[in-house]
Design a protein around this ligand. Sequence first.
Ligand code: NAD
Length: 476
Amino acid sequence: MKMLINGERRDSVSGRIFPVHNPATGDVVGEAPLGGEDDVVSAIEAAGEAFPDWAAKSPRDRAKVLFLAAGEVRRRNTDLAALLTAEQGKPIREAVDEINGFANILEYYHGISAVPRGEFANLKGYGRTTVWRRPLGICGAIIPWNMPAIIMGWKIGAALAAGNTVVLKPARTAPLTCMRLAEILGEAGLPPGVLNVVTGPGETVGREIARNPAIRKVSFTGEVETGRQVALDAAPALKRLTLELGGSDPMIVCDDADIGKAVEGVIRGRFYNCGQVCTAVKRLYVDESIADEFVRRLTARVEEIVVGNGMDRGVGMGPLNNRAGLERVVDVVDAARERDEGEIVAGGRVPEGEQYKRGFFFLPTLVAGVSHDSVLFSEEVFGPVLPIAAVSGLDEALELANNSRYGLGASVWTRSADVIARATEELDAGIVWVNQHLRIPPEVPFGGTKASGIGRENGSRALDEYSEEKAVLVRL
Ligand code: NAD
C-alpha cells in the first residue's frame, strides 16, 4: 500500500518500503512505504494548504463527510476486519468490533459537532462579548499497534470535526488498516490534504511530527517513555499535547461480588486482544474470603480459551502483535518464576505445537498469590498475564489499587451501594467501572492520571481540545 499525502497515494521520498507480517504465521500481508522526515514535511505542506478551506466549512458540512465515511466503513467491515486481524493478530470478531468502533466514533462526532458552540454575554462596561472557538490548524497523531483503528478514530474524529487538518503516523507493525481507513475517508469526500498518513519509524516520522513547529498539537498514544520523548520534542514549539500512555488497571473483587460475572469480566478484561490493551485488567485484587474459589473458577475458564490464528473459528485469543512484545512477556514471567513471586496456576509459557511455531503466541497466564513488590504489579505487562493477590478487605484493596505510577482505568465488582460510593470516589484513575471493565464508549472522556498521561480524548469536550477560544468584545 501507499502513504496518503494530499489525497494521493504516494511512495516515500526514499523509495524504500517495509513489509508487514502476520503475527500468527509470519507471512507477509502487505508492505508500506518507509517514510522519513521529508515525507512528514510534504504531509505538513498538504495539511497547511488544505486547512483554510476545511476550517471555513460549516461544521455540518464537515460532519457530513464523517457520517458518509462511517457508513462506508460499516459496509466494508468484513474486508477491513480481515486486514486488521492479518496485521495485528486479534480474533476476527474483535476486529469486527474494532472497525465498528471506528465508525461509532465518526458517527458520534457527526452527531454532536454541528451543535453551535461558543458563548455570548452583554458585559456591562465592555459591550457585547462573544467567545468563539477556532480550530488549531495542523494536528499530529501518533498511534500504537494494539488497537490501530479505534485509536485512529479517537485521534481524528474530534480533530477533523473541529476543523483541523491532520498528519497521522501509524505504528510500524500495524499500519495497513489505518491506510485503508484514510482512503475511505477520502472516497467519502474528505478533501485532499485534510488527512495525511505517513508510515515509517518513530525515530524519524514520529519525531518530526513531534518537533515540526508547523504542527500545533500532537496527540500521542503509546508507552510512557516514548510519550516523555514526544513531550520533550514538542516543547520548543510550545505545542498542545495529549498523551495517552500506559496503564496497569486494578480490578477489585469484593466478597459480595457475583463471582460468575467477575470471572467473565477478567476473561474479557485481561485476555481481549491478547492482553494488549491500555485499559486491560493488569492487577487483580480479590477479597480473601472468596479468593480460593475465585482463582479455581477463573483457572478453569482460562484453560478453555483456545489460542490460535485469529482467522480460525473458535479462537478466543490470538498471538501477540510482535516479537519484542512476546519477548518482554516471556522475560517478565520467567523473572517472576525465578524469584518465586507467585504461583503460576495457568499458562506461563509459549504453547507447544506446529501451528504456533511461526507466530508470537503465549498462553493465557494466571499467577496467584503474587507479592505486592513484584514487577508483575509495578510495571505494565502488555500481554496475557494476570497477577492476582488476595486482600483483607476494601481498605487494603483501594490502597494497593492506587499504589501504582499509573492511573488509567480501574474497576470494582460488588453489589453494595456503599462500596460503590467509596470506590468510585477514591480510585485514582481517569475511568472507573463498576461490575464491568474495558469498554470505552465515544461519549465519555478517556485518559489517565499520573504517568498514564495528560489530557483526554473522546466525549464532547474533545472538540474543545482541538480548538482554541477567541474572545471578541464589541462596543458600539
Ligand atoms: P510505542 O510508544 O512504542 O509506540 C507508539 C507510537 O509512537 C508508534 O507509532 C511508534 O512508531 C511511535 N514512536 C516511537 N518512538 C517515537 C518517538 N521518539 N517520537 C515519536 N513517535 C515515536 O508504544 P506501542 O508499543 O506501540 O504501544 C503500546 C503502549 O501504548 C502501551 O504502553 C499501552 O498501554 C499504550 N497505550 C495507551 C493507550 C491509552 O489510550 N492510554 C491506548 C493504547 C495503548
